[in-house]
Design a binder for this molecule. Structure first.
Ligand code: PLP
Length: 346
């Protein structure tokens, strides 16, 4: 029996996608479902989005792509960001990152232009070679030319405009094709960053694409842990590893069956709150591998077997990430396999 429960609202994911479609006026909106939809479950989420009309999906690897193809019917595009060896996976669309890959592949592809990320994508010199000899693309059906923004979550970052300028220039020199630019945050950079296909991931899952401003997205999941045991301790007794928390009054401690092996960062110590029936109470002591402890002295009614919420609309994934000095993406993708995942239908 899992002691962690993720309740994922596919309807909220679909509403977030529709919201992004409205904001990204004029172009289509894909769904990035790499890393098992950022940990929440690619199969149910992609199915709900497909049923809502999403026609383009992005994954990171061939394994993710093949698994998703089994779930989705033949219709939607499934693009593999890391690419794959030519000829191997006819039902997936490779993202091509080099001249060598361009030469090796045939058929439908996405070309990736490096406009300043310096990670994947065609570098400047290879773009020059293509611009001089566009015939080198003649054997391909280029579905999209894409680029990826490095700092879209910071509206004032000079890289945004610089990357857009470099990408637009590259597109002028390549054969005409539809373009794909914005990730989640890029959609909120305004119409200049709109393209024929936006590629949001994080915003679909409720992570704030506009950090520092109110979150325009709806939260899509709650994370709860089950109470394993309750115990009463006297004042002066410590709780957990290192004796890190000292009871200054007679206290009731609830132990939950979740820990850092379930993706709860140790760095939330002293900051995270539990919530039961709308009432909040502090986590105390260290996060163990599989256990966490809470001071529920002021909370009558909690029993072993009950579920305490740790991530919810009032303490969302961005807030928990902030406590741990990281980003919501890392929290989500670290949750791991031990949770029971329950899906509310769209
Ligand atoms: C992960 C990824 C995205 C999605 O980014 P979010 O910030 O989660 O919206 C889009 N494009 C590429 C190339 C990616 O690697």
């Amino acid at each position: 029996m899992a002691h962690g429960l993720l309740t994922i609202d596919c309807g909220a994911v679909v509403r977030n996608w529709r919201r992004l479609c409205e904001i990204h006026a004029g172009g289509a909106v894909a769904a990035v479902v790499k890393a098992n939809a950022y940990g929440l479950g690619a199969a149910p989420i992609a199915t709900a989005l497909r049923d809502a009309g999403c026609r383009h999906f992005f994954v990171a690897t061939v394994d993710e792509g093949e698994a998703l193809r089994k779930v989705l019917d033949d219709g939607p595009m499934i693009a593999v960001l890391d690419g794959f060896r030519a000829g191997r996976h006819p039902r997936l669309t490779p993202v091509l990152n080099s001249l060598e890959q361009i030469e090796a592949h045939a058929g439908q592809v996405i070309l990736h232009v490096d406009s300043g990320m310096s990670r994947l994508g065609l570098p400047v010199d290879e773009l020059e070679a293509l611009a001089r000899d566009p015939g080198r693309l003649a054997h391909l059906e280029t579905l999209f030319v894409m680029t990826h923004l490095a700092a879209a979550e910071d509206v004032r970052h000079p890289l945004n405009a610089a990357q857009l300028a470099r990408f637009n220039e590259a597109c002028l020199r390549l054969p005409r094709a539809r373009r794909s630019i914005a990730n989640s945050s890029g959609i909120f950079l305004g119409p200049r960053f709109a393209s024929e296909l936006a590629r949001p991931g994080a915003a679909l899952y409720g992570i704030n694409p506009t950090p520092g401003r109110p979150n325009p997205m709806e939260p899509v999941f709650t994370l709860a842990g089950q109470v394993l045991q309750l115990r009463d301790i006297p004042a002066g007794q410590t709780v957990g590893y290192g004796g890190a928390w000292l009871a200054t009054r007679p206290s009731r401690i609830a132990t939950l069956g979740l820990g850092y092996a379930d993706g709860i960062p140790r760095a939330v110590e002293g900051k995270l709150q539990g919530r039961y029936r709308g009432q909040s109470f502090p986590m105390v002591g260290r996060v163990s591998m599989d256990l966490m402890t809470f001071d529920v002295t002021d909370l009558p009614g909690l029993r072993p077997g009950r579920w305490v919420e740790l991530i919810h609309s009032g303490q969302d994934v961005d807030a928990v990430a902030e406590m741990a000095g990281t980003i919501g993406y890392e929290i989500l993708t670290s949750l791991g396999r031990r949770y029971r995942r329950e899906y509310l239908p769209a």
